[in-house]
Design a protein around this ligand. Structure first.
Ligand SMILES: [Zn+2]
Length: 263
């Protein structure tokens, strides 16, 4: 079942204090919020002072039990350390896994007192307490692996595309592979300068394959049908950048091969 939370935050444009309910967990069978997500309308809020529209700055967990897809959208992920990230998603994550365990008839053991040390006792009453009290080994033995390794993304468009792909019949693993490619495309676009861009491609060299081009083409078709011509051009530009990088790599390789050994 979808879960919402009341979100209090300052308007990013005029700083007015705002309050709005937003989704934190969406399951595939939650039709209305899933549709909102696909339409890019989920968790949008409008400021009553300046009319500025923005997406609520809260994590959004999407879960497809059938395709075993579990994605967590975390806005401004880059600014969070590992502990802050864990704190940010802790509550909905525990809740989601606990619900799924129940659905699958998996019984989680009662947490013992030691699991919640002094100062953290209130966590004991949270819906995810049993899950968070598990050791890594217990969790690994009891729960399906995909629940323990959610894919965390900070780009809403990536989440949206992944959800659509799962609804179109792709398995969670296939979706995750594609998401790595989408994230890569995004990183190529948003790299600050040519050197940063080259680094991005260098780190992702195993992904610079025909499958990546397929994803770019699919995305391009989708953007074209939505009339987002600027993005279509951007994607073509990404392809050109990859081609450039690959041919430069090839030349470098050829050069180093032709180099006499004593040089
Ligand atoms: Zn405002």
């Amino acid at each position: 079942m979808a879960e919402t939370a009341l979100c209090r935050y300052p308007c990013p444009n005029c700083n007015t204090d705002l309050e709005q309910e937003g989704y934190m967990i969406i399951e595939t069978h939650d039709e209305a919020p899933t549709r909102q997500l696909l339409n890019d309308e989920i968790n949008m809020a409008q400021c009553h002072e300046c009319n500025h529209t923005s997406r609520l700055n809260i994590p959004l967990l999407y879960h497809d039990s059938h395709q075993e897809l579990f994605i967590i959208y975390v806005p401004e992920l880059a600014h969070l350390g590992p502990e802050q990230l864990a704190d940010t998603i802790r509550y909905p994550y525990g809740q989601l896994v606990t619900q799924e365990a129940e659905r699958r008839g998996i019984e989680l053991p009662e947490p013992d007192a030691a699991a919640f040390p002094e100062g953290q006792e209130e966590l004991r009453t949270q819906p995810g307490a049993k899950f968070h009290a598990l050791t890594q080994e217990q969790a690994g033995n009891l729960l399906p692996e995909y629940l323990l390794r959610p894919t965390i993304v900070d780009t809403f468009e990536v989440l949206r595309t992944a959800v659509q792909a799962a609804l179109d019949g792709m398995t969670g693993q296939e979706v995750v592979d594609d998401m790595v490619r989408l994230q890569l495309i995004n990183n190529i676009i948003s790299a600050e300068d040519p050197i940063a861009r080259r680094k991005v491609m260098h780190h992702a060299e195993p992904y610079l394959t025909d499958e990546l081009y397929e994803v770019i083409d699919t995305l391009g078709d989708q953007m074209r049908s939505e009339g987002q011509n600027e993005l279509v051009e951007k994607l073509q530009w990404v392809k050109d950048q990859i081609e450039k990088y690959k041919s430069a790599q090839k030349q470098r390789l050829a050069k180093s091969k032709n180099k006499p050994a004593n040089e």
